[in-house]
Write a protein that binds this ligand. Structure first.
Ligand code: NA7
Length: 297
């Protein structure tokens, strides 16, 4: 297929590369130039409008709602190149309400809008094994199938446009809270003198086990907080979930408490580290460092 890929951040650049690898004809654009050179085999476009000219599908993966709006409707945005039959797919995590507004704006031009946020981090993006949760009509999804296949291993069709984003907020809410529970448990256990290397297999043998623990534990033991999923983006998702909850009169007291931890961590300059770096804030408050007993001083 002829595809434009817009936004070549941690996730987008691997996704675009996998589209090229699968034989699609890809044009790429990124706000800051340079990253586009990393997608070998793709045409570098000068703007979102240029990238989207003559394509069947436009795929976006940018930071937040504002970024998506600017790529779509800003100067030289995708909206300058809309054509009947085109599909816009958005893998950014943004507001479900804004998604509906964007979809409405392009509908008049005969353009279908599919929200396709994903789960799986940088590693899954590189391996082409992302899991998509998608909102949109059946016909559009069927046409996007070859692209989903190139970038991911599973597609969950959650309903009409907007339901992908709504689902994603409910998913990331859980990741943030499960990790918070894990990080608080490690902090308390360390302070009480428990050997973390003995505790990790116990966690995974018990009903507490989780994919979040399995994925994050090795990074924590290595003290590697480089970003797989940056803390600032998890904070954005927590805020999106809290906004959606407020609009629909749902109380999320646990998530409000977790937001505070992320707020402080971001204020302390950890926004570009992985969200696992929230552990360092807990450690600082507790006056302890979570590490394997063998390495403990
Ligand atoms: P990154 O690595 O922070 O990448 C973000 C991308 O969004 C990157 O290409 C940015 O371009 C782009 N961006 C940010 N603001 C804008 C504006 N205003 N206009 C155009 N492009 C913009 O994030 P990830 O790849 O990890 O995640 C992307 C999304 O998937 C995000 O919603 C996650 O929650 C899930 P830059 O290179 O900074 O010029």
């Amino acid at each position: 297929m002829r595809v434009a890929f817009l936004g070549l951040g941690i996730m987008g650049r691997s996704m675009a590369a996998n589209l090229v690898k699968a034989g699609h004809e890809v044009s790429v654009w990124n706000r800051t130039s340079g990253k586009d050179k990393e997608v070998e085999g793709a045409r570098t476009a000068s703007s979102p409008a240029d990238a989207a000219k003559g394509v069947e599908a436009v795929w976006m993966c940018v930071s937040d709602t504002k970024a998506a709006e600017s790529v779509l409707f800003g100067p030289n945005g995708v909206s300058d190149s809309l054509a009947e039959g085109m599909i816009i797919a958005d893998s950014s995590t943004i507001s479900p309400a804004a998604t509906l507004r964007f979809a409405e704006r392009v509908k008049a031009k005969g353009v279908a809008y599919v929200d396709a946020p994903m789960t799986g981090s940088k590693i899954a993006a590189a391996a082409g094994s992302l899991i998509f949760m998608v909102g949109g009509n059946d016909a559009a999804l069927a046409r996007l199938q070859p692209l989903f296949q190139a970038m991911g291993k599973q597609v969950f069709h959650m309903g009409e446009t907007g339901k992908g984003q709504a689902t994603k907020l409910a998913m990331n809410l859980q990741i943030a809270m499960i990790f918070e529970g894990f990080a608080e448990a490690l902090t308390l256990a360390s302070k009480l003198g428990v050997d973390i290397e003995k505790m990790l297999p116990l966690i995974q043998a018990s009903m507490v086990r989780s994919g979040v623990v399995e994925y994050k534990a090795p990074f924590i033991l290595q003290r590697d907080f480089s970003p797989n999923f940056p803390l600032r983006l998890m904070l954005k998702d927590i805020r999106l979930a809290l906004d959606a909850a407020k609009e629909s009169r749902v109380r999320l007291p646990g998530l409000e408490a977790v937001e505070e931890v992320y707020d402080v961590a971001a204020e302390e300059g950890q926004g570009d580290l992985d969200y696992a770096a929230t552990l360092m804030l807990l450690e600082k408050w507790a006056g302890v460092e979570v590490k394997a007993a063998a390495k403990a001083s």
